[in-house]
Design a protein around this ligand. Sequence first.
Ligand SMILES: Cc1cc2nc3c(=O)[nH]c(=O)nc-3n(C[C@H](O)[C@H](O)[C@H](O)COP(=O)(O)OP(=O)(O)OC[C@H]3O[C@@H](n4cnc5c(N)ncnc54)[C@H](O)[C@@H]3O)c2cc1C
Length: 495
Amino acid sequence: MPGKRPDPTKLARTHWDLIVIGGGITGAGILLMASRLGLKVLLVEQRDFAWGTSSRSSKMVHGGLRYIAQGDIGLTRDALRERERLIQELPELVVRQDYLFPIRRKRFPGRWSMKLLLWLYDRLAGIRDHRWLTRSAVLDRLPGFEQTGLKGAMTYTDALTDDSRLVLRILHEGTAEGGVVCNYLTADAVTATDTGFRIRVTDGCDHSTHELDTTRVINATGAWADRLSGSAARIRPLRGSHLFVSRQRVPVNHCLTILHPKDGRPVFIFPWEGATCIGTTDLDHDKNLDEEPRCSRRELDYLLELANSQFPELQLAPADVISTWAGVRPVISSGKGLDPSQERREHDVWENDGVITVSGGKLTTFRLIALDALEAAGLLDAQGRREHGHDRTPLFRPRELHPGGGHPLRAWPELSDTQWVEWILEHEMVVHLDDLLLRRTHLGLLHRRGAREQLDALRAPCQRLLGWDEERWTREVERYIVLIEQYYSVPGDPA
Ligand SMILES: Cc1cc2nc3c(=O)[nH]c(=O)nc-3n(C[C@H](O)[C@H](O)[C@H](O)COP(=O)(O)OP(=O)(O)OC[C@H]3O[C@@H](n4cnc5c(N)ncnc54)[C@H](O)[C@@H]3O)c2cc1C
């Protein structure tokens, strides 16, 4: 990926084969697959790459046990196959992880129903990896774990990733294949022309407007999809929030799957980049989508209640929370007013006056979602879609993306380790400080107060490599601190 954003004026001089709107994992996947087909493709993103849902997920590359339990065998099978592919192709970024599902007396599911579920889960993935852990083995692994009724646990494997880095990795691959990407460029309107479509865009950096011409357009704007689809609204935005606490406070080495005592929903407690993450919630998001979502006090209490029900001695309190964040799931509504957690998580692709819209789905299945969107856009025929779906050719070619040998999932280095920060500034189109601290890395979430005390270490590399003067640096720090305080800190009010 080029280090600097392309000039939108120059982008307007090309007639594109395809413009993809939305720089989350879905748009990134379409960019990559379309570039591989030899098309001239441009991707535009209104904020930063992965700014939407794709940097705010539970970071799991998984089949989704709850989907199989809901009878979504096809979705689970596809996701598990994609999981195995990603673990093999990107071992530094998609890492197999032990999951642990505690079984308690008189609680559903019991040992044998869980075993049956996991047998099927493994079978669909083509592996055999689940096993029973006795009560004492569980307590050895989880000091302080609630013992009441504990019989043992089923263990199985899924995978964890760094979601926004996965999006960036796909964008690096797509741009290496000839695709062009531009962040902070909003698509305001799409109109049909004799040769395809004209898209009016606004540059988020200088507010200039431009018109881009393309033969085809795919609207991959996730939770925002209804705005550009031209068809009746289909998205039910559902918010999910997470929080980080320190690993010392909640020292888990496994990904715990726990059914919340209040409503029986599965919630995870898992190790991530040196901290412990707890999440997620699932509720209707009725706020303005132009504003960043944030974790409410009610959600924070719900997540702490879960952790305290499993580790009662810890007595976790809001003061233990390092940071919080929220994302909005682009769920295709059933229209039946179901409980949020009962809505299916499958993606859908639809067309209106030639504009193809794709939304819903999961991080894990981005490759298959991209193929479906390309087929709907007429860029792949049914046979091509089938062949690509089964194609085992590696999606990712070996690339040296972190000269410091950084292994993101094992904990990022500190801000003062400038080698990799410099590499990011030179190669990943950083426009604002929060791009660097919240999506290229997650340092702003992994340290209290957004790592405010350490920001000074970034001043020199940002000034040298991004050309920021003193005034710009001060503005960026102010903007970043406002974001952290409003959207990523411990919430005070219940809304
Ligand atoms: C709490 C939570 C946990 C999740 N956990 C998992 C998980 O563990 N594993 C998993 O596989 N999936 C998970 N998911 C689902 C997964 O994160 C989403 O399905 C996926 O990120 C959606 O990607 P997307 O590209 O479709 O949407 P997004 O990532 O939201 O991308 C859409 C982009 O379009 C941009 N955009 C909007 N309007 C415009 C415009 N007019 N012009 C230009 N750009 C525009 C937005 O800024 C946004 O960046 C989770 C989701 C949530 C909310």
